[in-house]
Write a protein that binds this ligand. Structure first.
Ligand SMILES: C[S@@+](CC[C@H](N)C(=O)[O-])C[C@H]1O[C@@H](n2cnc3c(N)ncnc32)[C@H](O)[C@@H]1O
Ligand code: SF4
Ligand code: SF4
Length: 386
């Protein structure tokens, strides 16, 4: 599956390469319309994760209604959006998630990829909703991707998410969606967010995903007020010192062991590089020039390290995006946040479109693969595993 995932993107990337190169060139000189959108459709959640605080700010009353989303989408700002990711909070807590999807499919003329991250913790809602969404996307010829979050095997997942039987519940959704893949074409996998609590479970999660033949991406924990509401958690849950080094080796091992064309390899190398070099970002990011994020209440912001620049309910989204004060803020993000930012948002997808950084990655990944695998660093005495 990982191979077909990468090949599908590479094929699409090749087709759109001339336009992508042109866009990137133009974006150097003037702001361009965004091509990647992440919409946190609600902060209401069916979990209470330890590394994310979105569940604490869930408020259904301030979520944009379908009509309000439709109104906001009338703005010309969205005319070039090719990738739209739905996140949150838990998207499947919205009763109108399927109708909302139809709205995006209808209103985004250039849409090529639509994705949803879900806990899968409420299978009786998630399974029918994702089924309908996969069908709608297939009908429209838009690639649909879905990932279920798994942060540990068995009890660890329940502990991280603070939900009883979380692993079993998420697995019910996973099983049903894999079954669905036999009938409807879409990309499916799981994602694991690693922080100091579940760092000892990395290998377990990986072994489980391999046994189950599931495509997996590992996230390194991040702290962002705009996207996860969790800036205050930094000191408490970030792996440090020896734990960080274990994580670096784990990520680098993924680069060595996983198939070269795996879409996640680029992200795993980025994490390993950043830990290794003291958090200096070398990887490109589509959000510097072509990304936009929208919060449930209509708050618009450039990326996970940007402030909210205004609200699409009270101002036209295009006017808001291009106005001088907004662009000045984006310059501030680029100058002060990008150099140390861990975010992998859409990086694997965007990476294949950027010829020079992607070729550099392929060369480095090949070199790493030739190296002998190193044994993992054992847990330090007194670490969370003890
Ligand atoms: C914010 S959640 C929203 C979607 C859904 N509620 C879920 O958990 O899958 C999107 C992704 O962010 C990941 N995530 C949560 N906290 C994070 C953190 N502090 N750093 C990086 N990723 C995080 C989740 O594990 C999930 O894969
Ligand atoms: S990671 Fe997802 S499930 Fe967990 S609190 Fe955040 S939004 Fe909710
Ligand atoms: S701060 Fe991070 S997410 Fe934002 S544009 Fe820079 S690299 Fe991308």
């Amino acid at each position: 599956m990982a191979q077909s995932y990468a090949l599908q993107y590479l094929a699409k990337a090749a087709v759109s390469a001339p336009r992508d190169i042109f866009n990137s060139y133009v974006a150097r000189f003037k702001p361009i319309h965004p091509t990647c959108l992440i919409f946190n459709c609600t902060f209401v959640c069916d979990a209470r994760c330890e590394m994310c605080s979105n569940w604490q700010r869930g408020d259904r009353k301030s979520d944009m209604t379908l009509e309000q989303i439709d109104h906001a989408l009338q703005s010309p700002l969205w005319k070039n959006v090719e990738m739209c990711m739905i996140s949150g909070g838990e998207p499947t807590t919205r009763n109108d998630l399927v109708e909302m999807t139809q709205l995006f499919l209808d209103r985004l003329p250039k849409l090529r990829k639509y994705g949803i991250n879900t806990t899968g913790l409420t299978p009786h809602r998630a399974i029918p909703m994702i089924t309908k969404i996969a069908e709608l996307c297939e009908k429209k010829g838009v690639i649909f991707s879905c990932r279920v979050s798994i942060d540990g095997v068995g009890e660890m997942h329940a502990d991280v998410r603070n939900v009883k039987n979380a692993f079993e519940k998420a697995n019910k959704t996973i099983t049903a969606l894999r079954q669905l893949q036999k009938r409807v074409k879409f990309n499916f996998g799981v994602s694991a967010t690693i922080f100091n609590k579940n760092i000892d479970d990395c290998e377990n999660i990986l072994a489980w995903a391999k046994r189950e033949n599931l495509d997996i991406v590992f996230n390194m924990v991040r702290f962002t007020e705009a996207m996860l509401g969790n800036a205050e958690l930094g000191g408490a849950v970030k792996p440090i010192g020896r734990e960080e080094e274990r994580l670096r080796k784990f990520f680098m091992e993924r680069v060595r062991m996983d198939p070269m064309m795996d879409g996640q390899n680029y992200i795993h190398m980025h994490y390993a590089d950043m830990i290794g070099n003291g958090y200096h970002r070398e990887a490109p990011c589509p959000f510097q020039t072509q990304g936009i994020m929208l919060n449930p209440d209509g708050g618009l912001f450039f990326c996970e390290n940007s402030e909210v620049i205004g609200n699409v309910l009270t101002e036209d989204a295009e006017a808001l995006y291009f106005k001088a004060t907004s662009q000045k803020h984006r310059d501030w993000v680029k100058e002060t946040q990008c150099p140390t930012c861990l975010s992998p948002c859409q990086m694997n997808v965007a990476a294949v479109k950027q010829v020079v950084p992607y070729v550099k990655f392929l060369v480095r990944a090949t070199r790493e693969k030739r190296r002998k695998a190193v044994p993992p660093v054992p847990a330090a005495a007194g670490s969370v595993s003890d």
